[in-house]
Ligand binder design. Structure first.
Ligand code: PLP
Length: 393
């Protein structure tokens, strides 16, 4: 790869144009065994694949279990169909208008493109990764905006895809500008994996554009410490400098990040580059991704090994996404109620008993309308009540 000049390499359009999509190209980066090659050929017939030269350059040449390779190179295992569905979140049912998904009352996900720099083999929305790149049409984009404008309860709009940062830049700005005009839209979020798979996309021009429409938040997806390269770190630094808070949404993936050691390293590397671990997703029971799924018990153990053992905000929320929303999972620290006490367990396993009688709230903070509070006993009067002492009246 020494014949590629640096200027080209650092140009995201070059990265996108020169994605690896054939076995011959892939062989320039890694050794491919004959059974791997057969798997790639077989999967290619039904599901596309593409890898940016940058992401491919992170692959281990010899090790077929390299975490970068596993996420980006198709495997014959994707053709096993023992369980799972194509749309486990039943997103199609939660779509009031084309490409807009509404599960929560106050926020929507708006899928504006099916394009991605690298097509993750574990992708939740594989069903949308067709043979052709498709951005949401202008008409459908406008209909989505109208829906949001008409629903005043929507205060948070999440632009995703595919990868939101592969939507044409002028149209992205136009969309964000229109959303900003809607008084009830408080925050705009972008979902993009470009900081991880194509950090060259985070140009100064993009940052200047986004900065005009604050509050903008970005969530990205790093799944393994190997992905946290100087290039990725610089891309994140540019976004942070533009005032955009960064969160990370990892997917728990078998053989990639399913040990406490790897996950702890990942979240610590993330906080080092100032990306806050936000969610750790349980992999969905999605057709063709069975080989990535890890038991929920393993995920819980991983979280147990993070809570208390490293920086508090390095701990992501472990969640299962469902058609009813994201459901938090994790170790149980509240053991049981025991009479007037709550029995709790600390991260190291030590037991703590907290005095918390059922009557606690009532005796400490009487409702002002109760006879006791108005009788001026001194003890329960509003002035002497610790719950009301900070009131300005
Ligand atoms: C994940 C998701 C959101 C955002 O959820 P947060 O918990 O607020 O990050 C919104 N809408 C849909 C459909 C989602 O799947």
């Amino acid at each position: 790869m020494s014949d590629i000049d640096l200027e080209q390499w650092n140009d995201w359009r070059w990265q996108l144009r020169n994605r690896i999509r054939t076995l011959d190209d892939l062989r320039k980066y890694v050794q491919v065994s004959s059974d791997e090659a057969a798997g790639i050929e077989a999967v290619s017939r039904s599901c596309r694949w593409a890898v940016t030269p940058y992401y491919a350059s992170l692959m281990d040449r010899e090790d077929r279990n390299c975490p970068i390779r596993r996420q980006a190179i198709p495997s014959g295992l994707e053709l096993r169909e023992s369980f799972g569905t194509l749309d486990p979140l039943r997103e199609e049912e939660h779509s009031p208008v084309e490409s807009l998904i509404r599960v929560y009352p106050d926020r929507v996900a708006f899928c504006i493109t099916n394009q991605c720099p690298t097509f993750c083999r574990h992708c939740l929305r594989k069903r949308l990764v067709g043979e052709v790149d498709r951005h949401l049409s202008r008409g459908h984009t406008q209909r989505g905006i109208e829906y949001i404008r008409a629903h005043e309860e929507i205060r948070d709009v999440l632009l995703t895809g595919g990868d939101a940062l592969l939507f044409p830049e002028d149209r992205l700005e136009d969309l964000i500008a229109q959303l900003r005009q809607i008084p009830h839209v408080e925050i705009i979020r972008l979902g993009t994996r470009t900081p991880c798979t194509m950090p060259q996309r985070i140009t100064a021009k993009l940052c200047d554009t986004l900065e005009k429409y604050h509050p903008i938040w970005i969530n990205t997806q790093f799944n393994h410490p190997k992905e946290i390269t100087p290039e990725a770190e610089e891309a994140c630094a540019r976004l942070l400098k533009a005032g955009i808070p960064l969160g990370n949404q990892s997917v728990l993936l078998r053989g990639i990040n399913d040990t406490p050691e790897v996950m702890k390293k990942l979240v610590q590397e993330l906080v080092r580059i100032r990306v806050r671990p936000y969610y750790l997703y349980q992999a969905q029971t999605l057709k063709g991704t069975e080989h990535f799924i890890v038991p929920i018990e393993t995920g819980i153990e991983i979280i147990r090994n993070i809570r208390g053992f490293t920086t508090g905000f390095a701990e992501p929320k472990y969640v299962l996404d469902t058609p009813y929303g994201k459901i938090p999972m994790g170790p149980q620290y509240m053991v049981r109620r025991d009479g007037d006490y709550w029995v709790l367990k600390s991260f190291g396993g030590k037991i703590w008993r907290e005095f918390n009688p059922p009557s606690l709230g009532q005796s400490a903070c009487p409702n002002e309308s109760t006879p006791l509070a108005t009788e001026g006993s001194g003890r329960h009067g509003p002035g002497a009540d610790p719950c009301h002492s900070s009131r300005s009246t």
